[in-house]
Design a protein around this ligand. Structure first.
Ligand code: P5A
Length: 441
């Protein structure tokens, strides 16, 4: 993409309405624009990041055996009356009437609808287990939407729903999602610590939240420093191996970690030596629930068991805040100059800076490099604008692409460009003809 032809409305100053760094940076970089309280348009740069995150979530869900569907955003009220949540959800639910005066709502979550879909499609225990998910916009009329995409009213969620015959099988489905969440967040460069959680309006018996640590997090958290030494990324897992999956869950839940709502100071002091106790703040990026038959009973989701009797299925639901993650990653990864994208979610991998746009030799070298990188499938944003070098450096640091390739007449004489690593700030000279090989996977 050429910057001269892109849509990147960068703001010169920090927007006043933004209280936290991710909100500030997303507005400054022209990633989003507010349309109403808690509701945003995603501009090109922001959308690229959102899509990258979504794709990582999708790949890890598929790997863990979940199957993608897509349900509508607007739901009929009937199923919610059956589950008892139509009234219980209160003012957070946006209620709508259609032209026939039928009660509709903008879905805040999909337990009812998916349970009904499942019930119509599966009749026998032989078709279990199943886990269905979608990545869809939700609306919750939050009392205080704030911090940009972190607590929006309209936001993108991945929500998965598992269906099993027995409590034990349901536990395995829960554990699989637990482990897949560790992998999903690790791929984005995040350590999301699982903590036992309250179940709130979703309900149920067992629940964990996944929180990334950041000073601006909404929740106060208490945890064991040992989490920092865990293997977050490298472990390989066979999702069909019930014991192996349970062991990972045990490893991560045996260490103390709790939000203030669930915190037990005496237990904390008993289980964690003083020098390992860490208190901080966290951002909830995922939340998983096991609720047994809470929805399957009222909604009639039964299957025929091995003995021929009909039994309500055991289910759970598993959410990831896809749009919240964009802000969460920025909270966890920035400096005073701007965002520092972890490579897997970066909107572009390389920012190519032409130091002397208009100079025939520099233009030609940049064009060649730009085309060669594009040909190899490297996402590159080429700053071909006729701007001061300082302005170009500032903009590139602000939007935080992992690599900057800086091409100017002086280096060109020796056939070299400068390569800057945005995270470390390290700069090195590299031969122009080796750059493509370096960035192409
Ligand atoms: C689980 C999936 C549920 O809704 N039902 C389906 C369950 N859980 S949850 O905890 O309420 O939400 C799941 C994740 O969505 C993100 N999230 C939000 N993101 C941005 N703005 C909001 N207002 C918002 N509310 C929830 C969180 O990451 C949460 O973990």
């Amino acid at each position: 993409m050429r910057l001269s032809q892109y849509f990147l409305p960068i703001l010169r100053d920090d927007p006043k309405e933004a209280e936290i760094v991710s909100h500030k940076l997303m507005l400054r970089c022209g990633m989003i624009r507010q349309e109403a309280a808690g509701s945003y348009s995603w501009l090109p740069l922001g959308l690229r990041v959102l899509r990258k995150i979504e794709q990582i979530v999708r790949e890890e869900q598929n790997r863990a055996g979940a199957i993608e569907v897509l349900m509508p955003t607007i739901q009929p009220a009937g199923l919610w009356r059956k589950s008892g949540r139509y009234e219980a959800y209160g003012k957070e639910m946006l209620r709508i009437k259609d032209r026939h005066d039928r009660d509709m709502l903008f879905g805040p979550t999909n337990e009812e609808m998916i349970t009904d879909i499942f019930a119509q499609g599966v009749q026998s225990y032989k078709d279990l287990p199943r886990n269905l998910y979608h990545i869809q916009w939700k609306f919750r009329d939050e009392v205080r939407p704030r911090f940009g995409v972190m607590r929006g009213r309209e936001f993108l969620m991945k929500d998965a729903y598992s269906f099993d015959l027995t409590r034990e099988a349901g536990q395995h489905s829960y554990n699989k999602m637990f482990v897949s969440y560790l992998k999903t967040f690790a791929r984005m460069g995040l350590k999301a610590v699982p903590m036992r959680a309250e179940t709130g309006p979703i309900g149920g018996k067992d629940s964990h939240e996944f929180l990334i640590l950041a000073d601006t997090g909404e929740s106060e958290v208490f945890f064991d420093r040992a989490f920092h030494d865990m293997d977050w990324q490298a472990f390989e897992i066979d999702y069909d191996d019930v014991e192996a999956v349970a062991k990972v869950v045990d490893d991560f839940t045996s260490k103390y970690a709790a939000t203030s709502e669930m915190h037990d100071q005496a237990d904390y002091e008993k289980r964690v030596p003083a020098d390992r106790r860490v208190t901080g703040r966290g951002i909830e990026v995922g939340h998983i629930f096991f609720f047994g038959t809470k929805y399957s009973e009222p909604l009639g989701a039964e299957v025929q068991g091995p003995d021929g009797k009909m039994v309500p299925v055991q289910s759970g639901s598993y959410g990831i805040g896809v749009s919240r993650l964009v802000g969460g990653i920025i909270e966890a990864s920035h400096d005073e100059a701007g965002i520092i994208w972890p490579e897997p979610v970066a909107p572009f991998k390389v920012g190519l800076i032409n130091l002397k746009a208009g100079d025939a030799g520099t233009d030609a070298a940049c064009e060649r490099l730009y085309h060669a990188l594009e040909c190899k499938g490297v996402d590159v944003l080429y700053d071909d604008r006729d701007e001061r070098a300082g302005a170009k450096f500032g903009a590139m640091d602000l939007i935080g692409l992992p690599w900057q390739v800086i091409v100017g007449p002086r280096g060109l004489k020796d056939g070299i460009a400068e390569v800057k690593n945005r995270r470390t700030g390290e700069r090195e000279n590299a031969a122009l003809d080796q750059l493509v090989g370096r960035f192409a996977r």
